[in-house]
Design a protein around this ligand. Structure first.
Ligand SMILES: [Zn+2]
Ligand SMILES: [Zn+2]
Ligand SMILES: [Zn+2]
Length: 244
């Protein structure tokens, strides 16, 4: 197949990238004395005798590593400049980069190239086995835990921005009652305001795992409002479906 110009530059960029990664691997495994004697034991390279015998070449491997990193930044920057729209999201640019170079680019380099924070760049990885770019599990859980701002505002209004369990107004959050339902269109019934203390309890002690102690919406309200809403639910079977 004849490659058009648009594909040729990409192939050249990918080849250059592969060569730089190879070079960096070699630098990493080269002993600090700079000699090429691979048969020596690692600690032999550091011995006084070896240094006297000329093991020290004075070659600056740290400098070579920095040079390679700069070149890699140049390759990624060129790719973004050619293949991404200026208004493309950080996320879209990062996904393209990992996919094209088939490599989990270190987050500090990604951050430098696309101009986002290192924390954001850290959210994605290249899965070499499945040949896909994936968002890391912790990132997905963290993101899915946040209700869309407009919806969160409505929930806060409904619940008077007070914890539905203890009525505290301290450090309130909008909590997903059933985390499994976060993927679909999040509905008001699946959200409730909790204070920070109750929120931690609802998540069994650790919010960032995304797990909750309640197996169902009924169980949540039985926990949050044992007297009011729970008894109302028990007496009126017909209202059950509303909270399911
Ligand atoms: Zn040596
Ligand atoms: Zn509370
Ligand atoms: Zn929560």
């Amino acid at each position: 197949m004849e490659l058009g110009d648009s594909q040729r530059w990409l192939t050249e960029l990918r080849n250059r990238h592969a060569a730089l990664l190879k070079q960096r691997r070699e630098v990493r495994f080269r002993p600090s004395c700079g000699c090429n004697n691979q048969k020596r034991q690692d600690n032999d390279h550091g011995s006084a005798r070896h240094r006297r015998d000329g093991g020290e070449t004075g070659y600056d491997f740290g400098g070579e590593r920095d040079w390679i990193e700069n070149e890699l930044v140049g390759v990624y920057t060129e790719y973004v400049g050619r293949a991404c729209d200026p208004d493309e999201t950080y996320q879209a640019q990062i996904k393209k980069l990992l996919l094209v170079f088939e490599y989990s680019i270190p987050s500090r380099i990604l951050a430098e190239v696309v101009g986002c924070s290192a924390g954001h760049a850290r959210r994605f990885e290249w899965d070499a086995e499945q040949q896909i770019v994936r968002e890391k599990q912790w990132s997905r859980k963290q993101r899915e835990h946040q209700a869309p701002p407009a919806l969160a505002k409505r929930v806060r209004e409904r619940d008077d921005d007070r914890c539905v369990r203890c009525e505290s107004t301290e450090q309130t959050v909008v909590h997903h009652i059933d985390p499994a339902r976060q993927d679909g269109p999040a509905v008001m019934e699946n959200l409730a305001v909790l204070c920070n203390r109750c929120h931690v309890i609802a998540h069994g002690g650790a919010v960032n795992t995304g797990e909750v102690i309640h197996g169902s919406t009924r169980q949540f309200w039985a926990w949050a409002e044992p007297d009011a809403r729970w008894s109302a639910l028990n007496n009126e079977q017909t209202t059950f479906d509303v909270f399911r």
